[in-house]
Ligand binder design. Structure first.
Ligand SMILES: *Cc1c(COP(=O)(O)O)cnc(C)c1O
Length: 468
């Protein structure tokens, strides 16, 4: 690390910042009482796949700043693209007009999106991209004179964002309890949990039961259903990949019943699964594709809802016909963000071919964790890794998630210079795809040390559940 890198923030002291954080901040998706009991991590800079806190300590960014980061932090090409754009204009609205980087980005996205997608609606967060997808799907049917088709079928444990519309397609007993009765009734079906084994058709049980449940629902209620929405890898559900072939099957089932298919690739897009999109290797074109997170390389808030010309055309007509999509966000298509997205996509051209080797390297590095104490399962799809903890993995005795066992591991990981953020009883590792093999090994090594150090505390938690 050169002299420059170790320069500390001098304007405010770490203790000042920590006091202000404790006094004034309310962190997203955070148990604030438990947070207050820990020493806050306040980041002041990033380089590559590492970030530095205000004390000058460096950590590996083991969750890619919550699944966003693709090429690392302070990437010269992306930084420069943002600076160049800043010299021209930071933001210009897309409402009734266009800006240069947003226009170029729309064309660029269509170049890499599954064939058949043609129209890009930009916004500024993943939840917005999902809201827009849901509204497009419902209004599509209204525009076709079928206003009864309003229901969106989702999958249990899929997650699509935290606004009311996104919650409504993925209601969750734990996260959304006070709001559940406010949400429109949308049905959900089971997400396939057949790990990484490909669907073998036609008599594979997972395949058959999945298709049956969905087909059954569509057969019964297709005339009330606007769309099916799915996450190719259940992210916030604990990094559970759908088996290969699943998206293809879903496409077929939706086609049979003329229901729209919305694929939420907000977490899976831009290399996180080893491909541009999870749809790519399956040759699936959804009717509506949602993108966010890694779209700008994880730099700035830009999201996109992409649809086919066929869907788009139903929104055309005389103003009085009321076909217009009345939806927009002030910062939709932010020019700085779109410039970052274009630079990130340039870098992806060279990055994508290197990913299969890194993914194999990561799989080999993870081997010591498989079968280790308190580890029930290690799942990996590309750079998305979920490690399920259990009080007794062999007997299938689960930890009580409210005792936050994952955070015990995360605290130890932090002491070993790795930042991770668990979900329930699942420890999540999601390195940036640009990490080198050495960096991937370093991250996994630190995670292994964290598990070693966490043994006594995990044993204590397990003993509370299974008094001997
Ligand atoms: C993160 C995420 C969202 C929500 O995106 P935000 O930008 O946080 O609003 C939606 N869907 C999936 C699959 C996600 O991972």
């Amino acid at each position: 690390m050169d002299e420059q890198e170790s320069v500390m923030n001098t304007k405010w002291t770490p203790s000042q910042l920590e006091a202000w954080d404790r006094t004034y901040s309310w962190h997203p998706f955070t148990h604030m009482r438990q947070y207050a009991a820990t020493e806050p991590v306040i980041i002041q800079r990033g380089r590559g796949v590492r970030v530095q806190d205000v004390h000058g300590d460096w950590y590996y960014d083991g969750c890619s700043s919550i699944w966003l980061n693709i090429h690392g932090h302070a990437v010269p090409e992306i930084d420069q693209a943002i600076r160049n754009q800043l010299d021209r204009i930071a933001h210009a609205t897309l409402l009734g007009q266009a800006n240069v980087p947003a226009t170029v980005l729309a064309r660029r996205l269509i170049g890499v999106a599954p064939p058949g997608l043609r129209r890009v609606h930009l916004s500024d967060s993943g939840a917005s991209a999902v809201e827009i997808a849901v509204k497009i799907a419902i209004q599509y049917w209204a525009n076709l004179g079928r206003p009864d088709r309003k229901m969106i079928i989702g999958f249990h444990n899929n997650y699509h964002g935290d606004t009311l519309g996104a919650m409504a397609v993925a209601p969750n007993e734990i996260f959304h309890r006070p709001f559940l009765d406010l949400l429109p009734v949308n049905r959900r079906v089971s997400f396939p949990k057949c790990a990484d084994r490909p669907l073998v058709r036609p008599d594979d049980r997972c395949d058959a039961s999945l298709a049956d449940e969905l087909r059954h629902m569509l057969r019964r209620e297709a005339d009330r259903i606007a769309a099916v929405i799915v996450e190719p890898v259940e992210g916030a559900g604990g990094m559970v990949p759908a088996p290969p072939g699943f998206l293809r099957l879903l496409r077929e089932v939706c086609d049979e019943h003329e229901v729209l298919l919305i694929v939420d690739e907000i977490a899976t897009g831009f290399g996180h699964t080893g491909h541009m999109f999870a749809c790519t290797p399956e040759d699936v074109t959804p009717d509506i594709l949602c993108l966010g997170k890694g779209l700008t390389g994880g730099y700035l808030p830009v999201a996109a809802t992409i649809t086919t010309e066929q869907v788009f055309e139903t929104f055309l007509g005389e103003v009085r016909e009321g076909r217009t999509l009345y939806h927009g966000h002030s910062f939709a298509g932010n020019a700085l963000g779109c410039a970052a997205a274009l630079a990130s996509m340039d870098l992806l051209d060279d990055l994508l071919p290197t990913l299969p080797g890194k993914i194999n390297h990561l799989a080999a590095a993870l081997k010591p964790l498989r079968g280790a104490p308190f580890i029930q399962e290690v799942r990996q799809r590309g750079f998305m890794i979920g490690i399920d903890l259990a009080a007794d993995p062999h007997a299938g005795v689960q930890f009580d998630w409210t005792t936050l066992p994952g955070y015990i591991v995360a605290e130890h990981a932090r002491r070993h210079g790795l930042l991770i953020r668990p979900i329930g009883t699942t420890v999540i590792l999601m390195p940036a795809p640009a990490a080198s093999n050495d960096e991937l090994s370093e991250m996994v090594d630190r995670l292994v040390y964290a598990f070693d150090d966490a043994q006594d505390q995990l044993s204590a938690l397990a003993n509370e559940i299974m008094p001997s």
